[in-house]
Design a protein around this ligand. Sequence first.
Ligand code: G1P
Length: 297
Amino acid sequence: MKKRVTKAVFPVAGLGTRFLPATKSVPKEIMTLVDRPLIQYAIDEARAAGITEFIFVTSRGKSALEDYFDHSPELEAKLRKDGKTELLEALENTYMESGAIAYMRQHKPLGLGHAVWCARRLIGNEPFAVILPDDVIAAEKPCLQQMVEAYEETGGCMVAAMEVSNEKTSSYGVLDPKEDMGSIVSTRGMVEKPKPGTAPSNLAVIGRYILTPDVLHNLNNIEPSAGGELQLTDAIAMEIEAKREVYGYRFRGQRFDCGSKAGFLQATVAFGLAREELGAEFGDYLREMVAMRNAAQ
Ligand code: G1P
């Protein structure tokens, strides 16, 4: 029987330079879409998929992330006294059971592969998930849950995948599909950030992974590649070379690249419009804005 996936790694050591100066003192993962930080979306998705152990790979300057998941007795006492039950409930989701969350430092920014490798002892010998909180996915059924269900059928390694335009392939890990079965695609290779015009397909890897412990062993043996970094993609590709299956999973949902300013703004608009208490007013405002812009042109 396949072992259940109960651990997830969250690589959150990045400096977030694209959001300077904000990220000078605020970790990128604490930046908020409406009223929830990016990391909360990632945690909620992991929980929905049955994850019970959360491993953060952090770096210097990320203590706000650790505090975020801590209890805040004064705040709670005040909210309780004021009868603010809704806000108390919102806080509930930020708490982690003692022992369910671990922080591991990545001492040098050597790449995503290295970040996951830093967590190897906490993962041990079992399949695990990786969630990149920059990739926010709005979906009826959370993306990782869709993947866990598909993985229960397939086993092996599985990466979230999405079609991107030719010009964009060089920003992603890209799959070389073997057999396309609709939502599941078997692969014969994958390459990190292929040079323009050399991508094996348009099927890009998005930041959700279910990986076997073999990938951790492979991480011991990879060399720096794209961007001079140790790439997770290369360690997964080694599984394919070893004749073990790696699947792409076309998830149902909309992905926002919250690692970029444009993507972050798009996500803010989409999540704002989706909120019951904000959607109508915000929608009216956006319509007005667009009308004014059109009139001025
Ligand atoms: C990382 C991965 C890449 C993947 C991307 C998805 O790249 O290395 O394979 O396609 O996330 O967001 P990054 O965006 O961190 O450069």
